[in-house]
Design a protein around this ligand. Structure first.
Ligand code: C2E
Ligand code: CA
Ligand code: CA
Length: 464
């Protein structure tokens, strides 16, 4: 019992290192190699959160069964974490790449639908695999596992459903990520808002965050601006201008997203409060922000501090944010809505159970993911999917924004199909505040821009 996982019957994380050690001993005299693969189920957490633990348990058992059927009795498959498995393929010839075939068949096997009796439903998951080749028996178990883990991490962040084999270049990426992590921590925890000597030296070391604004335009033919989305950027001292995709995942991983999110919201609200027109302001909110107890009160106090009316604020949440939201989180969203703040569902259609979320959370707006908008004009399904989403939104009384509108053809289709708003490079790119204000017509009134005193200019150029 102490060496095996009760749920799946597989060796557990305590037994696994012993098996690996044995494989290494067997390997030594025979000039062969072994392979360690770490297998992580994609989207397992979503299934567990959505359908409950009984379904999660059944899924783990079936997944283990499928993997077991693909390996030989001499191989070891262990369950080493909640939804993480480890495989040892021992005794392989050096030239033999059978491990690739086995790992790929596991990826394929786990991407097929699972029929779960506990919930009488069919679900789809998938898996990511990190592989470490063991050719040198002097490696320690720790080093082998580290390598497999580094490869697994890479597989997960590079899109999931993939196999990545360890090589030493991945260590540089890990190092670069670690450096970015500590820079981000310094930037967010080091009080970069401080002015004076400290502030300057800190900014030189960590750079600064800046909020860009991308216009959201009415899809009524007028093309007028209806709002703007706040999109954060990081001016890094050595890496240059970093897009959020490079650092938001790190901020989420480290919990720094709470501070980052608050800074972006405060800065954006401050900016928007002084815009010459009362556009609505959309701000992205990460899943962990919603789960954080103080979220609702932080939002409300930032609004009262900055004077931005709640009715001008729209919070963009992804389906991932709504997944394991608890009653308190739901109540927070309800409270924010009762003050007039609107909630938009971002990247609609890319998540797991979109329809139930629309109903459950009183979403005000659906943002059609740019992957669907992209299909318009290239694939027939594009028009069908976008029309269906727009039809659904209309029936449910939700506003819609199409993201990533890049061509006139896409725009015409979306306008004709009754989309409420459009966002994309065709209409405007994300811009620094001063350029965005110029678009709003500030360039026609240079007096206003300068006369409003140094303090306004200073505010526009402010370090977030
Ligand atoms: P998103 O919320 O889906 O934001 C839209 C992204 O699409 C932006 O990328 C924008 O520059 C890009 N985009 C807009 N129009 C077009 C177009 O026509 N074509 C193409 N190809 N792309 C277009 P960006 O600024 O790099 O942001 C990436 C993501 O980072 C955002 O995706 C959002 O999820 C996240 N993000 C940005 N700022 C914040 C923030 O302050 N907090 C949080 N939590 N996430 C943020
Ligand atoms: Ca967004
Ligand atoms: Ca989006």
């Amino acid at each position: 019992m102490s060496a095996h996982d009760v749920l799946t019957g597989l060796p557990n994380r305590a037994l696994f290192p012993h098996r690996l050690e044995q494989s290494l001993l067997d390997l030594a005299p025979r000039r062969k190699r072994a392979v360690v693969a770490l297998i992580d189920l994609d989207r397992f957490k979503e299934v567990n959160d959505t359908y409950g633990h009984a379904a999660g348990d059944e899924l783990l058992r079936s997944a283990a069964g499928r993997m077991n059927a693909l390996i030989k009795p001499v191989d070891t498959l262990a369950r080493v974490g909640g939804d993480e498995f480890a495989l040892i393929l021992a005794d392989l010839d050096r030239e033999d790449d059978v491990y690739l075939r086995i790992c790929n068949s596991i990826i394929e096997g786990l991407s097929k639908p699972f029929q779960l009796d506990t919930i009488d439903a069919t679900i789809r998951i998938g898996c990511s695999i990190g592989v470490a080749l063991v050719e040198d028996t002097t490696y320690t178990i720790k080093e082998i596992m580290r390598r497999a883990d580094v490869a697994l991490y890479e597989a997960k962040i590079s899109g999931r459903g993939r196999l990545v084999e360890y090589d030493s270049s991945l260590d540089h990426r890990v190092e670069a990520r670690e450096n970015l992590k500590s820079d981000l921590r310094l930037l967010l925890e080091g009080g970069a808002e401080d002015t004076g000597e400290n502030g300057y030296s800190l900014a030189a070391k960590t750079g600064r965050l800046e909020v860009y604004y991308q216009g959201v335009h009415r899809a009524d033919g007028s093309g007028l601006l209806s709002g703007a989305e706040a999109l954060v950027r990081w001016h890094h001292p050595t890496l240059g201008l970093l897009s959020p995709d490079k650092f938001i995942p790190i901020a989420e991983e480290t919990g720094l997203i709470l501070r980052l999110g608050e800074r972006v919201l405060r800065n954006a609200a401050q900016d928007a409060a002084s815009w010459p027109v009362e556009l609505s302001l959309a701000v992205n909110v990460s899943p962990s922000q919603i789960r954080h107890r103080g979220f609702g009160s932080h939002v409300m106090s930032i609004l009262s501090e900055t004077g931005l009316p709640p009715s001008r604020l729209e919070l963009e949440l992804t389906e991932a944010a709504l997944f394991d939201i608890d009653e308190e989180g739901q109540a927070t969203l309800g409270l924010l809505r009762s003050h007039g703040i609107r909630i938009a569902l971002d990247d609609f259609g890319t998540g797991f159970s979109s329809l139930s979320h629309l109903i459950q959370f009183n979403i005000d707006r659906i943002k059609i993911d740019r992957s669907f908008v992209n299909l318009l004009g290239t694939k027939a399904e594009g028009a069908a999917i976008v029309s269906a989403i727009l039809e659904l939104s209309r029936t449910l009384g939700k506003a819609t924004t199409a993201e990533g509108v890049e061509t006139q053809g896409q725009r015409d289709f979306l306008v004709a199909a009754g989309c409420s708003d459009l966002q994309g490079y065709l209409l405007s790119r994300p811009l620094p505040l001063s350029d965005f204000l110029e678009k709003l017509g500030f360039q026609d009134a240079p007096d206003r821009a300068t006369n409003a005193a140094g303090d306004r200019t200073a505010r526009f150029c402010q370090v977030v």
